[in-house]
Ligand binder design. Sequence first.
Ligand code: NOJ
Length: 595
Amino acid sequence: MSRTVEHHKTTAVDSPEALGAETPEASIDALGTLLTPSANSWWRGDTIYQIYPRSFADGNGDGTGDLRGVRQRLPYLKELGINAIWYTPWYESPLADGGYDVADYRRIDPAFGDLAEAEALIQDALALGIRTIVDVVPNHVSAAHRWFQQALAAEPGSPERARFWFHPGLGENGDQPPTHWPNNFAGPTWTRLTNEDGTPGEWYLHLFDPEQPDLNWSHPEVVQEHEDILRFWFDRGVAGIRIDSAALLVKDPALPEIPENPGPGEHPNTDRDELHTIYRGWRRVAEEYRDRAPLGGRALIGEIWLPDAERFAAYLRPDEMHTAFNFDFMTRQWKAEELRASIDLMRDAHAPIGAPCTWVLSNHDVTRVVTRYGREDSSFEFLKKRRGIPTDLALGTRRARAAALLTAALPGSLYIWQGDELGLPEVEDLPDEERQDPMYHRSNGVDPGRDGCRVPLPWSGQEPPFGFEPEGSTAPTWLSQPADWNTYTVEAQRKDPGSMLNLYRRMLEFRERDAALGDGPFRWLTASDHAGFGPEVLAFARADGFISVTNFSGEPFALPERAQLLLSSSPLEGGLLPADTTAWLRLTQHPSRTN
Ligand code: NOJ
């Protein structure tokens, strides 16, 4: 049975009490069919596939991916078993930051297609039961956006400039920037304009590239315009909005420097309390669409990087966003205690507000997971010198397989970055002249940037472009693919039963069919459930006797006997679960509890 738009798995809000999970006598057998139906809330447990349109598939043969390419490959995604697609920005853009510099939300960048093609893609996907999520980038626009162009043409103090953060400089000649806030891409955060007569002018704020001027969210037109953009895409059948840099929009108008240890809500440009009013407004827009068939609920999904889990979860209160990316988990080391702590931290933060967790191993901004997990230090941090760090790809791949099953079994929704289902490694040796990411250029190469995880996907054949382009096209791909990616192609992996692709397919098939997976109950299993479960062997139970076990111990592990093996990330060895492997099991007996 496959999930469709009209009919999809509905499961309960996590309720450990209902499982007796907190009582010492609770046993894994106590996890029965305790699911209760919930509202039309697909975002609580669906599998969402992230597409970077530039690098997914090229339909017109110019070396850049496009919407036609995605349309042609929808059957692949259906077969993979995903429920929704999140597209990184596909709007008109100079692509100074890969599309996160939006010039016009109501047009598609000509490199990717046009609005009619996007509408057709949304409908084609829907016909396969796949929802669409678009990316909205409210913190900033492109310098090419009409608002910024109008602001540049207008005088200091004009209404056109009031939509942004234009400010005179400090110091006698105004040649000092208004603040010394750090830039997310390294380098300056303010850029000074030159007046028409050649004299130096005002400064404008950009927390990212100078091509991405920050909007002033205390301006009512900025608020109104974004609510209209949401409606524009909801009206076209979009089911969810991924909100870019969601915690950065509001700035302290007094423009103070950042205090040494800012208390909650005290940072001048991050996580300010006024943000919640903005997202309550967005939620009201989403609610307008809630009951419209066939999509049902429309979801707001936040990109929120905040170290404080409680502050993070505050954005997920019932009248704000529906869910947000769990970066805490994504940036942790491949270590049992780290991942367990992260799972607990995030579940505890989400529980009081009834919001679902998300599980993410990577995305278009971070090092590919097989490369990261093959490093001695497998954590992730931006603006850290990360070039030339040795990695063991075989080990990283083994761990990435185990991580895939571990995350797919946790309660909540699952996000898959395109190419992770192929086990693609980070392309670390891209020629420097090909690198486009401002993060690389603005950090003077300290941060290798994000191009290495954005290389066009390999589909088939023995040499570049590996089926990325239509047959016979010879245009070089916008980033070059490694010559030895023939073993990573979809075509090659389809034929190999042990491939990453086939693991993902089986995993997602289970996730789709098995009511225990996705949203729903969860309980850690301990040594009192089975000898050896504990600090180095992370084991947990879901409903219906479903169990997930990940072995971090370095030693083979004896699994419970009363269990049927459903799937494992690497083959068992002599009946034992090898190191860096996850197994999914189902208890074969459910003796009723006697006490
Ligand atoms: C977060 C996005 O994921 C990233 O790719 C982008 O560069 C920044 N926000 C700025 O929009």
